[in-house]
Design a protein around this ligand. Structure first.
Ligand code: 8YV
Length: 313
């Protein structure tokens, strides 16, 4: 029997590629120069798409795959996949929830600590030999501070647990209060920012949260406030954030996500008060192995007629 044809939008680690290549006929879209011609020639044989969170699958692409049955996403966020098109056309969609939650929350804590305690400056102070000439300037305490968590899904809750373990007072903004959680719900994001020393965004991306962190929210955080984003760049008014950071209207930011990744706004590179990461919240060997396995297990389940493990659509 011929192997099912799978279109990959971007590469996965070698351990996944080897397994996928042994089970499926794999097309590597990122290596294709003329995508339109390729899709016109091969599109109607493709039964599955394997993508990544940040690469997604647009309706324009999905329309060129008339026999498509499933999109399997390496990532929890499916905001870059046209779910409505998938739903309307009977295409299943899976993602990789849970397995990455703790690592993304860890990176949120790491960014919060790195910005407040100015780890990059400390590192540079030691390496440049400035320590022998004098002590580094003092930084900002994290423990015991007021942390506002924006979004209280799996990642928000995992982050809140970590912040609570640092004796921080946690409050949160979400679509609705979560009565099971021991944190204060604040239904107004500007008010949450006003009450917080650290504002940490853990929301899902997509139209429902686009630009939800407005200039007014950033302003409310104030000159001592630190902003952290481990969700999607789309959730923030990025121009307002850059202006506030450049003008010192907030103290700093720890950012794992941006608009237009990886070609992010060059203004970020000039900021001394921001710690930047290359969308690496889930970027550990352990988590990426679990994510890849989940993508492969979902595809295997689909092609053997078993229930999907983590269906979105
Ligand atoms: C990326 C993510 O998918 O889970 C998500 O939604 O954004 C990330 O885990 C990751 O960079 C894999 O490409």
């Amino acid at each position: 029997m011929s192997k099912p044809e799978v279109l990959m939008i971007g590469p996965y680690p070698s351990w996944d590629m080897e397994d996928l290549e042994s089970r499926y006929t794999i097309y590597r879209l990122w290596e294709v120069e003329d995508r339109d011609t390729f899709l016109a020639q091969r599109g109607d044989g493709i039964r599955a798409v394997a993508t990544r969170g940040e690469l997604g699958a647009s309706a324009a692409l999905l329309k060129k795959l008339p026999k498509l049955e499933i999109v399997s996403c390496y990532g929890v966020g499916t905001d870059a996949i046209d779910l409505r098109f998938a739903r309307e056309n009977g295409i299943r969609v899976t993602n990789t929830p849970d397995v990455l939650t703790e690592d993304v929350a860890d990176l949120g804590m790491a960014l919060m600590l790195a910005v407040a305690r100015q780890l990059p400056e400390g590192d540079a102070h030691v390496r440049a030999g400035r320590w022998a000439k004098g002590n580094m300037h003092l930084t900002t305490r994290v423990c015991g501070k007021r942390v506002g968590v924006v979004g209280m899904g799996r990642i928000g809750a995992a982050f809140a647990r970590r912040a609570a373990a640092f004796d921080c007072t946690v409050s949160y903004f979400a679509r609705s209060p979560k009565p099971d959680l021991p944190y204060a719900f604040v239904g107004d994001l500007v008010e949450l920012a006003r009450q917080s020393d650290f504002l940490v965004v853990t929301l899902a991306g997509g139209e429902g949260t686009r630009g939800i962190v407005t200039g007014e929210v950033i302003e409310a955080l104030g000159p001592d406030g630190i902003f952290v984003n481990i969700s999607r760049g789309t959730t923030v008014d990025e121009t307002a954030l850059l202006d506030a950071l450049e003008q010192g209207r907030i103290r700093g930011a720890g950012l794992d996500v941006f608009l237009n990744e990886p070609a992010i706004d060059p203004r970020f590179a000039g900021l001394k008060n921001a710690v930047l990461q290359p969308h690496h919240g889930s970027g550990t060997v352990e988590t990426r192995q679990a994510m890849g396995k989940l993508v492969r297990d979902n595809l295997a389940a689909h092609f053997s007629g078993q229930p999907l493990l983590t269906p979105v659509v």
